[in-house]
Design a protein around this ligand. Structure first.
Ligand code: BEZ
Length: 386
């Protein structure tokens, strides 16, 4: 018997079996998102958006079926490392999708890097993720906290406001949004005269509103999101402050919240990388499909989830579904142009979207686009060494 031939035949059979198994295996996607607490609706919108894109592709990305795992991170940084490791070590997911809260996301990014698991951040704006924590496997389809807030600085100054008070939750997202606004506003010629904050996720705003009234700035800039944003806008209106001191914010203040905010939000101006009324064929098709599937209009969080699935599709298509080609998968994602409902965007070398930031005004139940505040705004990615 010819042993060399037999060995070759066995090797060929094993290779064939392995590639068959690889094609049959599903890609494991782990959602680490908040499904409870003040950001619960944001987590659900991200998951909805991701699954919508996958459904539009016939249930597959790069020809591979997807298996989902999920963990409710409760927007709790203290549980973040343990929650991340449930997905990484217990479920052995191929790709992590998450999360909303910046403090949780920083622990998630660290766990992803330590285990060399690919991570797509679908909301949390922590500057560090595409700054000092950047890496070849770290991607974001959302924003940095700096981006939308910085864009509001010159917009507000050009409306004639010279002094501003800021108010936010005391954690990474709030601090960085205020930092971004202050940089843009003071570069334009304005002055932030007071910075107010309260711990996340508290909503006892009354004493801080009294302090704003006593300070009498030309304007207020704020970062709040989810349930906290609903309450802040309602309280600001109920205190009558909106009649004398105009309120501005990063667009999370009024995204996904308008039904609950009602009259109190009307006319508010915010800056964000998505808006209602863009009226492009891409956005119209997305909005129609989202509304058909979920019986509600999409918001920015749904767009960020949808685009994470699009980004994965670019990577998996480039490697023809062969996830063992991890480096090629990542290189293709980093070089992708994402055909987003917000408008096409590319990723910076650090992995963060380079994108237009819209100025929007609340009109009824919509954040209607008014203008592009800054075109193709790239985060400075301070501290990222690749
Ligand atoms: C954050 O923690 O980064 C965040 C949370 C909600 C909306 C936007 C940013």
């Amino acid at each position: 018997m010819n042993h060399a031939l037999t060995r070759a035949a066995i090797a060929a059979a094993l290779t064939f079996a392995a590639s068959g198994a690889q094609a049959a295996d599903k890609i494991k996607v782990g959602f680490m998102l908040p499904y409870s607490g003040t950001f619960a609706a944001l987590g659900t919108a991200i998951e909805n958006g991701f699954k919508l894109y996958v459904a539009e592709q016939g249930g597959k990305l790069g020809g591979r079926e997807i298996e989902y795992f999920k963990v409710d991170d409760e927007s709790n940084p203290a549980k973040a490392a343990e929650n991340a490791n449930r997905l990484i070590k217990r479920d052995q997911v191929d790709v992590l999708i998450g999360t909303v809260h910046s403090g949780v996301a920083m622990a998630l990014a660290k766990a992803a890097k330590d285990s060399d698991t690919t991570l797509i951040v679908t909301n949390a704006g922590a500057n560090a993720i595409t700054g000092p924590l950047c890496g070849p496997g770290i991607f974001r389809t959302s924003f940095t906290n700096w981006q939308p807030a910085y864009a509001m600085g010159p917009v507000a100054f050009n409306k004639g406001h010279k002094t501003a008070v800021t108010i936010t939750w005391k954690y990474a997202a709030g601090d960085e949004a205020i930092g971004g606004f202050k940089e843009g506003f003071e570069k334009a010629g304005g002055k932030v005269v007071k910075e107010l904050s309260l711990p996340f996720p508290n909503v006892e705003f009354q004493s801080l509103l009294t302090e704003i009234a006593a300070t009498k700035p030309d304007m207020v800039f704020t970062f709040f999101a989810g349930g906290g944003a609903v309450k802040f806008v309602q309280d600001y209106h109920a205190a009558g402050l909106d009649k004398t001191i105009p309120l501005y914010g990063s667009g999370f203040l009024t995204d996904g919240t308008l039904q609950a905010q009602g009259a109190s939000a009307q006319g508010l101006l915010t800056t964000l990388h998505y808006a209602d009324g863009l009226n492009t064929p891409r956005d119209n098709a997305f909005r129609a499909d989202y509304a058909k599937n979920y019986n509600m209009p999409p918001d920015v969080y749904a767009v960020q989830g949808y685009d994470a699935a699009q980004l994965m599709q670019s990577g998996l298509t480039a490697v023809k579904g062969d996830f063992s080609k991890k480096a090629d998968f990542r290189t293709a994602m980093r070089g992708a142009t994402v055909d987003s409902p917000r408008g096409p965007f590319t990723l910076s070398p650090a992995g963060n979207p380079v994108q237009d930031i819209y100025l929007r005004r609340v009109d009824g139940l919509e954040n209607k686009v008014v203008d592009v505040a800054v075109k193709k705004l790239a985060d400075p990615a301070r501290g990222c060494k690749l």
